[in-house]
Ligand binder design. Structure first.
Ligand code: MN
Length: 504
């Protein structure tokens, strides 16, 4: 049985039937029983809760799940999308989720809950560690996908949020979420997130650009694009190449960034649109390229063969810019259906594909994939600032823990509460007596794991660290501080015995 919602005019009204239908569109064989169960479970848990926009709460997880279905996430991910706010925001506990839905779904829900605890302060050091942590924390990349879908719906309903918080959410999205979406190749979500944030953060610029783009350019462009499509289609048909041609419009935020970064006016951004040709095989791609180049003179500086040399995130296509009718610079992107799918959904298409391939899910698999991206990116010349800072060892040997206030610390694997204490402040390290790890009292030598929330308990009257701590601490800072203290301590004892000994 499916619980139905009263049909009112909510802004983004969504039903479980729509989610199920989307899943079946992608995979008619998909078993959606667990999706409906998760929906009913979440419905009951959130019953009576209203969002700031005035909608019943369930609309939010439903939209999250729908976005996940759109990007072709797998069934457990979509189910977890429906359940993602249950443990945190309702009386239903995480244990109940686990008991009802099993390890895998519960693991994903827990991952999302953990990620939500991270607070963003708009400072450089946080930006960096948040990005790193985001990736490292998600031992399972599907957790990030859920977080993206969650964020997208929150952005779409920002109207109900007060100005200051809205700004913070948009800033965080542009600086943390969008770059990661790009890194993972989930372009469809990256663009949507960016345009919404742009609209909220720079409303005047956004409106201005929207007007120029929609009203001044689009009609003219449409005629031009139709003409090109017709010309190319005739030639492709002659060559017996099956094809689909789409006119692609760039999203406003990327146009605005180009104008800003390259100090160009709107009219000078010539690649505000591109034509995309989708053909059945790789051979067809190259044949199509030949046909385009025989129709219009190519600008060879702007030819890129991402099929022979895919981008580090796996993106494949042929890109070429030609001088079209009237000498207008026009970009073509040529790819197969499979490449097209990957280009839109990035890692999520990849994860799903791998799933089917191996029939079962290795938690570490997607992480390795991210590492491959990073490996490849390391050698590339256009390494962006983000990837430069996210070094490979970050993922292998580091853990990320946070304080109850949400501050993030990255520590070597095997670190203990004492390592964290010294990372926070030498005095806190020196006076540590025990720790609360995820709310439970723990030994100061217990090994921390990724995502732990750690509160250090200090003993005010304590003079200094215990020399034995050196046996288990992992960070250089903790070791140095403890040794330093012991030396000072020894020295002062010796001084007491041999007065007049200098500090040197
Ligand atoms: Mn949520």
């Amino acid at each position: 049985m499916i619980i139905t919602l009263p049909l009112l005019s909510y802004k983004l009204f969504m039903t479980i039937e729509q989610v199920v239908q989307k899943i079946k569109e992608n995979d008619p064989q998909a078993d959606t029983t667990v999706i409906v169960r998760a929906y009913n479970f979440a419905f009951k848990a959130h019953d009576g809760q209203i969002r700031k926009t005035g909608e019943p709460y369930i609309i939010h997880p439903l939209n999250t799940a729908f976005t996940l279905a759109q990007i072709k996430a797998d069934i457990p991910t979509i189910a977890a999308g429906l359940l993602h706010d249950v443990p945190e925001d309702t009386a239903t506990t995480f244990e109940e989720v686990k008991k009802t839905f099993g390890e895998e779904i519960a693991y994903l829900v827990e991952g999302v809950t953990k990620l939500s605890k991270i607070k963003y302060r708009g400072e450089e050091r946080y930006r960096e560690s948040l990005r790193k942590m985001f990736l490292a924390m998600a031992e399972d990349i599907r957790v990030i996908l859920i977080k993206f879908a969650d964020r997208l719906h929150n952005l779409r309903t920002l109207e109900g949020v007060e100005e200051k918080k809205r700004q913070r959410i948009c800033q965080e999205t542009l600086e943390i979420y969008a770059p990661i979406a790009g890194l993972l190749g989930v372009w469809s979500l990256k663009w949507q997130m960016e345009d919404i944030c742009f609209k909220h953060l720079q409303p005047d610029e956004y409106k201005d650009l929207e007007y120029r783009y929609e009203v001044e350019q689009r009609t003219e462009l449409n005629e031009y694009i139709e003409l090109l499509k017709k010309m190319l289609s005739v030639e492709l048909t002659k060559a017996d190449i099956e094809h689909k041609i789409e006119g692609r419009f760039k999203h406003l935020y990327s146009i605005w960034q180009k104008m800003k970064n390259k100090h160009r006016k709107f009219d000078e951004i010539y690649d505000v649109f591109a034509l995309r040709v989708i053909v059945p095989t790789v051979a067809d791609c190259y044949n199509t390229l030949g046909i385009i180049h025989s129709l219009w003179r190519p600008n060879y500086n702007r030819f890129k063969d991402y099929i022979a040399v895919p981008k580090p995130n796996g993106y494949r296509s042929l890109h070429t810019t030609v001088f079209g009718p009237g000498g207008k610079a026009t970009e073509f992107q040529i790819r197969t259906d499979e490449m097209h799918e990957e280009a839109q959904y990035g890692i999520s298409a990849h994860v799903n594909y791998k799933n089917k391939l191996h029939d079962g899910y290795g938690k570490n698999q997607p992480m390795r994939w991210v590492q491959e991206i990073l490996d490849a990116q390391k050698d590339s010349k256009n390494t962006d600032e983000f990837i430069q800072t996210v070094k490979l060892n970050v993922f292998r040997d580091r853990i990320f823990v946070y304080t109850p206030k949400g501050d993030v610390y990255d520590l070597p694997r095997g670190s203990t509460p004492i390592d964290l204490a010294y990372a926070v402040h030498t005095e806190i390290g020196n006076k540590s007596s025990s720790a609360l790890v995820n709310g439970k009292i723990s030994q100061i030598d217990s090994e921390l794991t990724n995502g732990d929330v750690v509160e250090i308990i200090i003993e005010k009257g304590r003079k200094g660290p215990n020399h034995d701590w050196l046996k288990f601490v992992k960070t250089k800072k903790a070791k140095d501080r403890i040794k330093q203290y012991s030396r000072r301590f020894q020295l002062s004892s010796i001084k007491r015995i041999i007065p007049g000994l200098s500090d040197k």
